[in-house]
Design a protein around this ligand. Structure first.
Ligand SMILES: [Zn+2]
Length: 163
């Protein structure tokens, strides 16, 4: 008898971002060395082929309450482009952005946010709030959620279990 292999449904929108999410996961693992919660982010160029910047959570490492992965990656991408507008760019992050990061995403004019795990307690991209797609704002990036969600969530649960 052939054992049953569970079929994971293929989602062409979600699966397109897996390679970039793996880079964000690598980045998230770097946070742990500084004692920080493992969250990682990358900013991709408008054509999606170039990583403009990366960032991981550095609150503990730097003592900066705003040093979330997304904020650091957005700042570095803007510095690299020499321009605060990141039109056309995609932010890929392992955890659903908080309100601060959602605000920064809207301010930066990033056009797409791809995230892994949902943050039911503090997420601002569909869970607790939806700041990113708030119809009252005139810049509303596309949101793709659930990319490698299990891997992203496992990194967090392992981190908190080990504490
Ligand atoms: Zn944040």
């Amino acid at each position: 008898m052939v054992p049953q292999v569970p079929q994971v449904p293929v989602d062409p929108v979600r699966d397109r971002w897996q390679a970039a999410m793996r880079l964000a996961l690598d980045e998230a693992r770097r946070a742990v060395r500084g004692g920080d919660v493992p969250v990682g982010a990358v900013v991709l160029s408008p054509d999606g082929t170039t990583v403009l910047a990366t960032g991981h959570n550095e609150r503990e490492a730097t003592g900066d309450p705003t040093a979330h992965a997304e904020i650091l990656a957005i700042r570095r991408a803007a510095a690299r482009l020499g321009e605060w507008r990141l039109n056309g760019c995609t932010l890929v992050v392992t955890l659903e952005p908080c309100t601060m990061c959602a605000g920064a995403i809207v301010q930066s004019r990033i056009d797409r946010v791809v995230y892994g795990a949902r943050d039911e307690k503090a997420g601002a991209a569909g869970s607790l709030w939806d700041v990113i797609r708030d119809r009252r704002l005139n810049h509303r990036p596309e949101v793709v959620e659930g990319v490698l969600a299990a891997d992203c969530a496992r990194l967090l649960t392992d981190f908190f279990r080990d504490r």
